[in-house]
Every structure is written in structure tokens, then in C-alpha cells.
Design a protein around this ligand. Sequence first.
Ligand code: FAD
Length: 288
Amino acid sequence: MRIDEILSKKRTLSFEVFPPKKGAEEKEALLSTIEKLKTLRPDFISVTYGAGGANAREATEISGCIKKMGVEPLAHITGGPSSKSDIDRVLGELKKLGVENVLALRGDRPVEYEAEYCKYFPHATDLISYIGDDMCIGAACYPEGHIECQTLYDDIVNLKKKQDCGASFLITQIFYDNSYYYRLLHEAGKMGVTVPIIPGIMPLISAKNINRIKSMCGSAIPLDFRNMIESYSSNPTVMREIGLNYAVYQIIDLIAKGAPGVHLYIMNRAETATEIFGRLKNVFNELF
Ligand code: FAD
């Protein structure tokens, strides 16, 4: 089923997984993770895709497995350095497997930008237009602005182009301060973005991840939360509890203010999703 259709009827709960890097053992572990996630009745599970399409085969295969397991997959695709025939091949495979939803992205550019890098698909908008309307297309957005944009305003102008090219829903980059998400909704709304914007939440359950998150996506960590993490960074069990509770707080606040769903970045850890679901069982059962 198309995700835009699901969103027109209800709030969505979704998870993001990444394809295995190594052989059969990792694949089996991921499939068992997906079986566990399925018991939480997600509306869809998204599958990440390497920036250069290097893991296209594995990513496509996992999307096909999710479909077979009876959950709706959302296959990420990055334009990046791909040629049109690379994209045709991946889309053809996905369609054969019954996948109806893709998240169209440009992908991160190499640090040393080469002019040739994004020859055919310099931006997600080019990929969205190329895919056309025979699939349901989602795209990425950035509550704190994309790193390459001078201002949030410029980034939202480009976000509106994603909608105009055919994206029918958006998923946000990770954020830890919900006010960035509300600001994005407000500003994007003023510029005519009307498609649902699903907030992306990643529970920060290990102090080691603070610097990783900063370098990966630059998300700001509110001072109160940072203080809690730093006070207990040497105690992993307390740290985990703090991170899960903070994610729960973010989700309740988002739902109370009308978010159209929640997308959880769980780093292939079913237990993280299960714990959050357990703490918010009635919220998910009654409000989703
Ligand atoms: P774009 O939309 O092309 O945006 C990149 C920059 O160009 C922005 O500054 C934007 O404002 C500007 N821009 C956009 N359109 C135009 C235009 N038409 N003209 C001029 N400027 C424009 N990366 C992966 O490699 N694999 C993944 O699976 C993956 N999944 C992700 C999922 C989500 C929900 C998010 C938020 C990000 C994901 N990323 C993934 C990271 C993403 O690839 C990077 O953030 C990348 O730098 C930008 O991708 P984009 O699709 O937003 O690019």
C-alpha cells in the first residue's frame, strides 16, 4: 500500500533499518530483528541505501523480504553518482518485488566534491522527477536546515520543490529539540508545503553517540539533556534509561501537538523499539 494513502487515514509508526554489510549471518540477524519489529505493528519499515548505491543489491533484497513478511517497505534510493540505467535497474527490481514506496535522496557528497559526482541527479528533486508517479515518493527534510544551505529559508524553498516534483510525504533528519521541528512545520507551511512531515527520532542511549550524531547530522542537543547524559556517561544502564525516556518525552510532545506519525531510527536494534513501544503502549494503541 502507498504510504501517502496510509497517512491520509492514520498516524504512522515506522522504523528504519540498514542492510547487512557482511554475509548470511548478518542478514539472518536483520530478518529476525524485522520479525520482532513486526509484532509492534509498524505502518512501514524503511531500508537505507549507500550514497553511491554500492549496497543496492542487499538493500533491494531486504525491502523485498520486508514485503514478503507482510510489512510495507520504504526503500531509500540515492541519486548521487548513479546513472539513469542504475536507477532504472533498482526501480525495476523494487517493482518486481512489489515495493510501492521509495524515499528519494541525493546522498552525501564526498568531502572533495567532484563536479562529475552528481552528473545525472544533482539533487533529490531530479531523482523525484525521474521516478515519476508510478511509485509513492517520499523525501528528506531538515528541521535545523541542511548543512549546504546558507539559510533555513533557502532550504525550505528547495523543500517546496521536492513537493512540486512529486514527493507526497517527508521524513525529517534526527533532532533532539522539538522546537526545530515546529519551526520547520510553520515555515514550510508558509511556503506552501502541505504534505505530511514525519518527525525522525533517534533515541540517544549511549554517551559515545553524542559526537557521532554531531558529525553525522549536526543536530543540536539541548543543554538539559546534555547535562543528564554527561552526568551519567560512565554508567551505560542509567544512560540507556535516560535516552529512552528522553525519546519517549519527545514522542509524546510531538503527538500532543499533532505530528502525523513517528519514524524511529533504531540502528537495527529491535529491543530499542520494543522498549519505547512498551513505555508508550497506550499512546500507540489509541492515537495511531
Ligand atoms: P537534496 O534535496 O538534493 O538537498 C541537498 C542540498 O541541496 C540542500 O542544501 C538543499 O537545500 C539543496 N537543494 C535541494 N534541491 C535543490 C534544487 N532543486 N536546486 C538547488 N538546491 C537544491 N543518505 C544516504 O546515503 N542513504 C540513505 O539511505 C539516507 N537516508 C536518509 C533518510 C532521511 C530521512 C534523511 C533526512 C537523510 C538521509 N540520508 C541518506 C542523508 C542524505 O542523503 C543527506 O542529508 C544528503 O546530504 C542530502 O540528501 P537530500 O536528498 O536531502 O538532497
